[in-house]
Design a protein around this ligand. Sequence first.
Ligand code: CU
Length: 511
Amino acid sequence: MAFTRKNVWELGGDWADPILWYARGVKAMKARPLNDPTSWRFYAAIHGLDQGLWQQLGYLNQQDRPPSQADIATYWNQCQHGSWYFLPWHRGYLLALEAVVRDAIVTLNGPADWALPYWNYFKPNQDRLPIAFGSPDWPDGTGDNPLFVVQRYGPNNDGNITIPVDAIDLTALADPDFTGSDQGGSPGFGGVNSGFSHSGTVHGGIETQPHDAVHSLVGGGDPQSGLPGLMSDPDTAGLDPIFWLHHANIDRLWQVWRQNPATDVDPSDANWVNGPEAVGERVFRLPMPGGIGWSYTPGQMSDLTKLGYNYDDLSAPTAAPQMTARLQRFGLTSDAADALARSTAMQRPRSVELVGATQESLRLSGTETTAAVTLDPAVRRKAVASFAVTGASTTAPDRVFLNLENVRGLNDATAFKVYVNLPDGAEPAQHPDNLAGTIALFGVRKASVADDQHAGDGLTFVLEITHVVDKLHLSGAFNADQLHVRLVPLHPVPEAAQISIGRISVFRQNP
Ligand SMILES: [Cu+2]
């Protein structure tokens, strides 16, 4: 049987059948004890578990019997972040959860073709949390709706869950590479080459946006206790039933990216295809219905047809390929722009070079933080020279990336906008052209702690600022030896969150 995952807002009602059956399936999983590998909490702990946080939030108590040590070692704390395994690991995680929910649904005499819906917050009027998830009641008015979560605070921490359209983007879809650089250039659509990476440092393109942002925007934080919403922290995110609809959308976007003829294919590197097991690291393994273990590799996750499911909509949301439009702005005819974009998209290797960086680490607190990035004039001139394309050019102009390196802190719900070269005294919202992107610190708490598996390096985010630099260049303003960066949090950041940034750097990449 082939399964079709459909848009949750277009199923035909707030409590359309697939949503109602999802709720019943979740209820059945929630009724199972923690040590049952097909229980709701066991499944959330596969993504990540922090005992203290679970206890504080009321998701773990004295009566719970933990699973066996063997089950914990095999299954828990497995999610892949800051890694080229981010997409394939989560695809397997969705497939297994979907199979367990479907099994529960079938046991209740529900539809055998049930599939997980997805939440496409980019569509007009679909940026709100789907109605059934926001009501404490079932459709008949009785309480205890299993899709409802108290610890979901939203972008304004007031319980109103709407994804602001200007806080998410799909820039990553235009990235031609699946795997990118962990040296300052594009981290790629899918992330950087890593081993088993439960809490990696450099977040990939689609992971940073929209994945991380939606997590923090939905989850937010409790204004009273300061505790994160479930979705804001990887150690609690899987407890929220909306997690799975968000990840189904990220999974869908992977397929959208794969269908773009201007982009590359999934990695052929054996370490990606065969996964961490091939190099002696932890196996990707998940419990299927009945608690039977299923192991999988990233290579097995590439082809939706082989996996037996699809999406009802895989249309690409962006029109013209970014590079073609860019070359036209630099004066090429559309034919010449198209030809150069095509001929350089798959050129290898990519070379990456530091243009400049801040001299000291900085603290993000209050309503904004500014920093000056000092550029090396000679390297900056190389970038400028690369912008001078003609119809005869065989080399594409540089792409430029802003790196926020080693971001550390205690509060995963922190989100902020990053602006480059805003005019003095300008109101940031009036200058969308200077917006590099929105960063959300999903995973920062965990990544900041040094333990036996992690160095505590924090998180590194890479934002493409080619569009900002191009505009400066075309107006003759990319000639100074500093770039000014302004970080504008969505909410004032308390000192207690201890958010620090190791350095802010700018890199050029060619092609
Ligand atoms: Cu996630």
